[in-house]
Design a protein around this ligand. Sequence first.
Ligand code: NDP
Length: 290
Amino acid sequence: MEIEHKYMNELNFKQELTAAFGQPISENPTQVMIEAAYRHHNLDWRYLTIEVGPNDLEAAVQGAKVMGFQGFNCTIPHKVNVIQYLDGLGESASLMGAVNCVVRRDGKWIGENTDGKGFVSSLNEITDPKNKKVVIFGAGGAARAISVEVALAGANHITIVNRSAKRGEELTTLLQDKLPCYADFSGWDSTYSIPTETDIVINATSIGLFPDIDARLDFDLNTLSANMVVADVIPNPPATNLVRDARAKGCKVIDGLAMLVSQGVIGVKHWTGVDPDPSVMRAALEEVFG
Ligand code: NDP
């Protein structure tokens, strides 16, 4: 009886909780790679995919706090609005004005942005962005995160190419005013020609995302050369037309799964302190995407 009692005391059914809050959220595959990492590293942690509409964000954050969550990701439409419910921001989240990863640190809820950091971490495996000339298609949340982080990593010239001039110019002004790089804006109302001196070309638009998988960026493929590094943020499908065209040209290529995995690695490290194995996380995603 005494032994049984002792054994009971050693059991712990309480798992540590993390999550993604967003709407829509059901097609977001993050849970698959994060829970693969938890299992691989013997962490008794869970990552839940939770639908939270814009009017329920405050209650959801409060719920996460009282239920003792260790942190959570937030995605569309919460990346900006979540800031008002947090205790502080990391450097890049503060520059971008957007948070995708909330971390509980010493009882305080701190907003980080891992999208751009994840991107730069994948980029570093192929090339150091320091002193490079970068062309970025897009000026939305992903472009903002990537451009700020690429500038912090030392890129010296960033060209933003975007359909909406207002959004493109706003991002260009942010880069010019707050970061140590030269930034300019190019409107995108006709086929874009990539300048010959470009080192890195990044698609940070949603062009190519499932179900519009045949969509192509409107640029002159003849201006893409083999010495350029090409990156695409689209995780589904990972082999977009841009990824395939760039590989056919002989460019070094980073696909959207690489960025997704790299930002997940940073999130897991923030929450658990464990540096997870990215290959386990990528393999879990590849299984999902066939
Ligand atoms: P936003 O809605 O904030 O921005 C979308 C961008 O795409 C805008 O610049 C928009 O231009 C542009 N765009 C969309 N459709 C077209 C079109 N037909 N022609 C020209 N430009 C177009 O989205 P996010 O920045 O948050 O996300 C963009 C993509 O990045 C998504 O597909 C998302 O899945 C992916 N992503 C991937 C991550 C990863 O880890 N791999 C992480 C985060 C995002 P305009 O301003 O003119 O409307």
